[in-house]
Design a protein. Sequence first.
Length: 176
Amino acid sequence: MARLLPDYYAKSIFDVPMSFYKEQGITHVISDLDNTLDAFDVLLPSKRVVELAKKFSDHGITLIIITNNTEKRVKDYATALNVAYLYSARKPFPKKIIRFLNKNEIDRSKLLLVGDQLMTDVKCAKKGNFKVMLTEPIVKKDQWTTKFNRLFDRPIRKRYLKRGLLQKLEVPYGKR
Ligand SMILES: [Mg+2]
């Protein structure tokens, strides 16, 4: 049942210090949008996301938003952050993401996928052979499509946490 175990775990992407990415040799972070950066109904980036994007850029790390949601959902959001994006990414299938990475000549070994869902984000990373960090969803509310995935996500995540598996992968924030 460790099939969907991520490489790293953090309560939130905002807890992860820049030194972590440096130490892991990560130059590109492909982040999920809904419930990883902001709630699905937050149309423009919140202040802490703006700050995070600036931090990444200051540290020479490229942030890219990769979402299963529509172009309409992500376009203005990503433009406000001045970051590249891929919409309708079809996670858990890695095909579109791989095509995007190849087109932009992004080295998969220096890449980290970050997302709040086991059934889309982590599963996609496993299939595509990307490193992946699982986070907790920012808020409890989800779009209806996500609600379905959560039914499968919740018991697996619970089991991982009960066995201490995710805690072992937790990025030690503030200590680096
Ligand atoms: Mg999400």
